[in-house]
Ligand binder design. Structure first.
Ligand code: NAD
Length: 501
């Protein structure tokens, strides 16, 4: 296995199709092929054709990455916190300086509109900023607990840790983990989504430029076999996973059984409850943005509108706004062909079961493009037991469920197995409080369509949207990637001062 040249930056600055070099593994500071030599194509979903290729790794590659991370660990752990965090400060400057490249690369591999890509990278930078402030926040308490006896706590790294991330936020989701992981003094093996591996590759290159020593951050590309090897590897102490509920459950169960600390974030079915007194313009435009941004491929996207009482005027406005959207400009593409087929099946099935298709995105195309498209879709008269009413569709489809009362709407939200996000749209403070106290969701909003907590508030859902304890970002993230050492010291050397004196 030989080292390859460092990849060139990506040069596209518009949506025109452009190829990129192979995405290799990044181990010990070098770009290397998978042991098997196997690769698969990386598709540009807006154009529907391969823009490059990615290495497909197995257990031997994971072994190699863990060995590099293990070798780098003592040096990184011994580097003072103040110096570790300087890498993050430099990384922030580098991400800002390379914003155009990072955002256009993101649009090419993921299919987001460019403004959406800018939003994602800026949010990733906000996560870095949170990491930069950690040294000011993580000093553990110490106390003289009795005469001459002092107790203190320090938060120490775990060792080699790993992260597995999904396709829908190629730059931001790795940054949910890396700042806390690195500031804490751990070394890391990242497994990006094989559908969008380039964002992580460029992050690793920028981290190297920012002064991160070789081996502290390693990337193993691939799919299920690479993840299984990470889950089983005895050299990995903790694993963060973000993806579908089906895989999150497996990774959580197997990783925990293998003795690892695991936090697995899964899928979602988010309910937005609209009360009759909701502000018309704010509600219609916020619901539109929530269900169509990133073509609905967000774990925080609106999926169900719980329409309480007479909110027909809001639905009418939403229909009008949805029809006015220009595919390819206001909304990006779907990640791949099978996803378009899955979304289409949900809409076909809902229609057969009696739902009314108010806005129909099936078969939508962008002229001159062979990409994967699906237009904004509004389904009315959906019932909670229809698959479109209770399963994750992961596309730009909003299912409207009509409800007579707030309590009926809350009961529908509560019955969902998921628990990522829920929001209430109202101008009445009492209604807002009544609903937000009763939602079965980890991230709730009042007049907010995508209630992602801003840093330093941590990100994480409940129920089938998250497996494991705590949240993935903020201080919870720091706690997850560290272990507390409690120290009890005697500073009065006399025989009559005891541990309890
Ligand atoms: P996915 O579960 O298919 O893939 C996630 C990761 O797991 C990828 O790196 C993939 O290579 C790997 N993987 C896929 N199948 C696997 C298997 N059988 N065994 C082991 N590893 C496997 O998810 P996706 O399609 O990339 O992303 C979309 C999903 O992620 C949606 O369900 C979305 O709601 C969820 N998501 C959740 C959050 C959150 O914070 N809760 C954030 C983003 C995305």
């Amino acid at each position: 296995m030989t080292a390859n040249p460092t990849p060139q930056p990506f040069s596209a600055r518009d949506y025109d199709f452009q190829t990129y070099g192979p995405c290799r593994n990044y181990i010990g500071g070098e770009f290397v092929d998978a042991t098997s030599g196997e690769t698969v194509a990386v598709e540009n979903p807006r154009h529907g054709k391969p823009m490059g290729s990615v290495a497909m790794s197995g257990a031997a590659d994971v072994d190699r990455a863990v060995a590099a991370a293990t070798a780098a660990y003592p040096g990184w752990k011994a580097t003072p916190l103040k110096e570790r965090v300087q890498v993050l400060y430099r990384m922030k400057q580098l991400m800002e300086a390379n914003l155009d490249e990072l955002t256009w690369l993101l649009s090419h591999e993921n299919g987001k509109t460019h403004p959406e890509s800018v939003g994602e990278v800026l949010k990733a930078i906000e996560c870095l900023e949170m990491g930069c402030s950690l040294p000011n926040m993580v000093g553990g308490p110490q106390l003289d607990v009795s005469r001459g006896i002092n107790c203190s706590v320090t938060y120490e790294p775990l060792g080699v840790c790993a992260g597995v991330v999904p396709f829908n936020f190629p730059t931001m989701v790795p940054m949910w983990m890396l700042p806390q992981v690195l500031v804490a003094g751990n070394t890391f093996v990242l497994k990006p989504s094989e559908q969008v591996p380039y964002g992580s590759m460029r992050l690793a290159m920028l981290f190297a430029e920012a002064g991160l020593p070789p081996g502290v951050l390693n990337i193993v590309n691939g799919a299920k076999p690479a993840v299984e090897a990470l889950v089983e590897h005895p050299g990995i102490r903790a694993l963060g996973f973000v993806g579908s509920t089906r895989v999150a459950k497996i990774v959580y169960a197997h990783g925990s059984a293998a003795g690892k600390r695991v936090l697995g974030l899964g899928g979602a079915k988010n309910h937005l409850l609209v009360a009759p007194d909701a502000d018309l313009e704010l509600t219609a435009s916020t619901l539109l943005a929530s269900y169509t941004a990133c073509a609905g491929q967000r774990c925080m996207a609106a999926s169900v509108m719980l329409a309480v009482g007479d909110v027909q005027h809001i639905i009418d406005a939403l229909v009008e706004k949805s029809k006015a959207m220009t595919l390819g400009k206001d909304m990006g593409s779907i990640i791949n062909g099978p996803s378009v087929e899955r979304i289409t099946r949900y809409v076909d099935q809902a229609e057969k079961l009696g739902a009314k298709v108010l806005v129909d995105g099936r078969g939508a195309k962008v002229e001159g493009s062979d990409g994967h498209w699906f237009g904004p879709t509004l389904l009315d008269n959906v019932t909670p037991d229809m698959p479109a009413g209770c399963e994750e569709i992961f596309g730009p489809v909003l299912s409207i469920i009509r409800c007579k009362t707030l309590d009926e709407a809350i009961a529908i939200e509560n019955a969902s197995g998921y628990g990522n996000a829920a929001a209430i749209f109202t101008t009445n403070g009492g209604v807002a409080r009544y609903c937000s106290e009763r939602f079965e969701a980890g991230m709730c909003g009042v007049n907010i369509g995508v209630p992602v907590p801003r840093e330093p508030f941590a990100f994480g859902g409940w129920n089938d949207s998250k497996f494991g304890h705590g949240d993935i970002t903020g201080m919870d993230g720091f706690r997850f990637w560290t272990r507390p050492r409690k120290l009890t010291s005697r500073w009065e050397i006399s025989s009559d001062a005891t541990w309890m004196s």
